[in-house]
Design a protein around this ligand. Sequence first.
Ligand SMILES: *[C@@H]1O[C@H](CO)[C@@H](O)[C@H](O)[C@H]1NC(C)=O
Ligand SMILES: *[C@@H]1O[C@H](CO)[C@@H](O)[C@H](O)[C@H]1NC(C)=O
Length: 523
Amino acid sequence: MKLLVLISLVYLLGSTEALKVLVLYPYAVKSLSILGTGTVRHLLNAGHEVTYITVYPLKDPPTKNFRQIDISNNTQLLENEESLTIGYVLEHKVPRTDALQMQIFTMESARLTFQNENVKKLIQDPNEHFDAVVVDLVESEVFAGLAVLYDCPMIWLYSMGAHWQVLRLIDRATNPAYDPDYLSPANTPLSFLERVDELWSRVKWQYRKTFIIQPEERKIYEDTFGLLVAKRGRTLPDYEDVIFNASLIFGNEHNAVRDRPSTPQNFKYIGGLHIEEPVKPLPKEFQDLIDNSKHGVIYFSMGSFLKSNSLPKPLIAELLRMFGELKQTVIWKFESDLPDVPKNVHIVHWAPQPSILAHPNVRTFITHGGQLSSIEAIHFGMPIIGVPVFFDQFTNIKKAVENGYALTVPLSHDLPKDLKVAIDVMLKDDTFRKKAKELSSIYHDRLSKPGAELAHWVEHVVRTGGARHLRSPAWRVPLYQRLYLDLIALILASVLILATLFFYIVSSLFKKTPKKNNQKKRN
Ligand SMILES: *[C@@H]1O[C@H](CO)[C@@H](O)[C@H](O)[C@H]1NC(C)=O
Ligand SMILES: *[C@@H]1O[C@H](CO)[C@@H](O)[C@H](O)[C@H]1NC(C)=O
């Protein structure tokens, strides 16, 4: 009996520490949901109770402390978006993803999410409560309304590194002269024209955000949460106060990346969080294939979002022919079956990427350079050949090239030829691999693993009632004060007053003399 009481006491004590966390990944982008799944996994491992709102519900969901809310409906936004395929980019040479398009996409995703019947059921339930809300941050802050609804801290998880658009929410936007946009191919140090371009694209972004997007987002926020918050006996705070009120932002980056802007105390790096450790063993067919490849393996994957099969057929045939001439085994992740595949080429519809990259017999990784693949390459010390297509891929690959562990090949009709040259260089020159290993050791040299870091900071935020002590003082200081415009105005005004006074005195002195002259003349 005593033992039973003791056990239940321990259980009660333990369970008071378990938090109820709402995790929301609203975007119909598979790679983002990989990050979402990682977040959920670490929170569950830390003993918390997770409600996961996701576009890609887990097929094998955990049975304990977990509930998922299906918003697969959100895929309708991108369903017929032909411009997001490799084939389209190849033909149309899209130079740079349009920021406005991104802003609209994220806002519409928010609208759809809050209109979703499953989500409505959750947020309209007056008995529902959460200790923290963790949301995937892309370009829209309207989801911060959830933290208002549940009267709990707001935590963002940003899928990229520290960046001005994100830092502006908890600190101040960093200077465009050294913090280029994530959609820009420019890396620091910037040339004069690049600096001007960065400044201009920020002005444009801010203008659109302020005058086009934010008023719409405000409306979504008020329409969605006004009544619900009132029902809970509170008044809805102003939208501007809500979006700049996050407790913490996690950034999906790590210390082996150079040229990151400085970050405030409530910005934490958790890059690598999505990689399961220890790495899952390879399925037998992969294990045998890679083990038995005498000359090593080249792994080729353009990620989960880009569809390789949108490439023109002759180009695919040409790639197959080129791969066929190599001594190495080539594993190509491709969505459909292909005819006339050479013996050393293996087309797979799905690949256990981290486990492949972990195998010492894999020599190089041909990738689009998405953020998750880039982190995995560093994690496993794998040199890469980058074929960036859009979004942040250009900047990721450019950084990798500057770091000395990557080569880049432009997406063009000459891809097979250019790729062959890059593969030859990569396989002959061992410095790429050495450099990748060196960065990998920097990456792994840290106090705690990213998953532990995530769980700790979520708990810290909740324990301290929103971690107000971590907030930067900068976000409260208005622009005119930061730029000392008031001081400049004061100096200008003083100079103006002094100059006027001086002019007045001098001119009144001189006025008298001509009068005398006149009088003399008249006399
Ligand atoms: C999915 O979207 C359609 C139309 O946009 C809507 O009618 C339907 O109710 C949605 N499903 C859910 C679960 O919200
Ligand atoms: C800002 O966050 C803190 C901590 O979570 C909370 O107490 C406060 O009510 C929030 N303010 C607004 C305007 O949402």
